[in-house]
Design a protein around this ligand. Structure first.
Ligand SMILES: Cc1ncc(COP(=O)(O)O)c(C=O)c1O
Length: 394
């Protein structure tokens, strides 16, 4: 629930402001009580009522709503060109709330054959037991997606684009059409692209999912998740589940995430530029068998990526010519690239998906190749990143 007394700064501007203006101002009007330019951290669980039911600005209990969280939620809704944003304790908490809101036992969902391992684990180890059937398909193949839909049963088509960790690309507009023809919702996990590079709601998607832990937070210092929708009714349903289930972002986490969001655009420009240069360097390297980056014209999703993305993102994966042990060795030898899970922050990270982020997919249809290395390219001086990878690959 928002504070009704002061209209959000972006509502005062008649022409829709640019992305960076929204990132810095949407939901972040100066605090009414003090003029604080930065939204305060409302470290409170409850709110004094002026007589029974006399809520100030609609706030009654911080699981339901909290002004610091409202600021983040309004900002994320504006960045995604949505109408309702909801902030959660983690990306997985956001996914769980969404699935409980829009599916029920007996339903069926279509999921990507390449996805974050934790998302696959949620479908295969939690929701399947609960009675939610799933089919995994190559989501770049629209006909395969249509064929996987079970009329009357499929309620959600779930997409990541670019995918984690193989950097596959899905055509959001075409998938939205396929979903709506089947009376299903299209859910897009926009964590890798961020709203700066791609806005799925504007392309027809119904709900956007984020692990705000990644680029939106941007500094490896907070875990968070978000849902954004452009549909008011769906927004109400999601907000009901956010409150009923309770996996909300705390005020301190919401504040940190919002601080990150304010610089998302400038960080993404540098992430993309550094990643493009690293992809070029890897392409020419004799130890590299294949570079997976949607900004390379040889990438099978390049044309769709050009159509729906502003630039190609900061994630680059590659396959080592000498197999799994050599891929692991590159991860161990990197110095400036930190060997760690997660992605999307200012510092560069390197990891072996098969043994780290995607270990939960081992033995499943979503198992990733053992020779794969994933890079989250940070915003350091690119010549230092290139030098580090060169020494690690030797
Ligand atoms: C694409 C994607 N979606 C969702 C998640 C889950 O988010 P969190 O770790 O914040 O729960 C991740 C985590 O790595 C991810 O990479």
């Amino acid at each position: 629930m928002s504070d009704q007394s002061d209209p959000p700064a972006h509502d005062k501007i008649v022409v829709r402001p640019g992305f960076d203006t929204l990132a810095i101002h949407a939901g972040q009007e100066a605090d009414r009580a003090t003029g604080s330019v930065v939204p305060p951290i409302y470290a409170t669980s409850t709110y004094k009522q002026d007589g029974v039911g006399g809520l100030r600005g609609g706030y009654e209990y911080s699981r339901t709503s909290n002004p610091t969280r409202t600021a983040l939620e309004q900002c994320l809704a504006a960045l995604e060109q949505g109408r309702r944003g909801l902030a959660f304790a983690s990306g997985m908490a956001a996914e769980d709330s969404l699935l409980r809101a829009v599916t029920k036992p007996g339903d069926h969902v279509v999921i990507p054959d390449d996805a974050y391992g934790g998302t696959y684990r949620l479908f295969s180890k939690v929701y399947e037991r609960w009675g939610l059937a799933y089919t995994h398909v190559k989501i770049s193949d629209i006909e395969a997606v249509r064929a996987a839909v079970r009329p009357g049963e499929t309620t959600v088509i779930w997409v990541e684009t670019p995918t984690n960790p193989l950097l596959g690309i899905a055509d959001i507009a075409a998938l939205a059409q396929a979903a709506h023809e089947a009376d299903a919702l299209l859910v897009v996990d926009n964590t890798f692209a961020t709203p700066y590079l791609q806005q799925p709601l504007a392309l027809g998607a119904d709900v956007v999912v984020h692990s705000t832990t990644k680029y939106i937070g941007g500094h490896s210092d907070v875990i968070g998740g978000a849902l954004v929708t452009g549909d008011d009714q769906l927004g109400e349903l999601l907000a009901f589940h956010q409150n009923a289930l309770g996996g909300v972002a705390g005020a301190f986490d919401a504040w940190l995430t919002l601080r990150g969001a304010r610089t998302l655009g400038v960080r993404m420009d540098r992430h993309c530029r550094n990643a493009e240069l690293l992809a070029q360097m890897l392409l020419a390297h004799p130890k590299v068998a294949e570079v997976l980056y949607p900004g390379l014209p040889a990438h099978p999703g390049y044309e769709v990526a050009v159509k729906q993305m502003r630039a190609f993102g900061g994630m680059v994966s590659f396959r080592h010519r000498d197999g799994e042990a050599a891929a692991v060795e590159v991860c161990n030898r990197a110095k400036l690239f930190t060997l760690a899970e997660s992605l999307g922050a200012v510092e560069s990270l390197i990891e072996h998906p098969g043994r780290m982020t995607h270990a939960s997919a081992v033995g499943s249809p979503l198992e990733v190749p053992g020779d794969l290395v994933r890079l989250s390219v940070g915003i350091e001086s690119v010549e230092d990143l290139i030098a580090d990878l060169e020494q690690a690959l030797q």
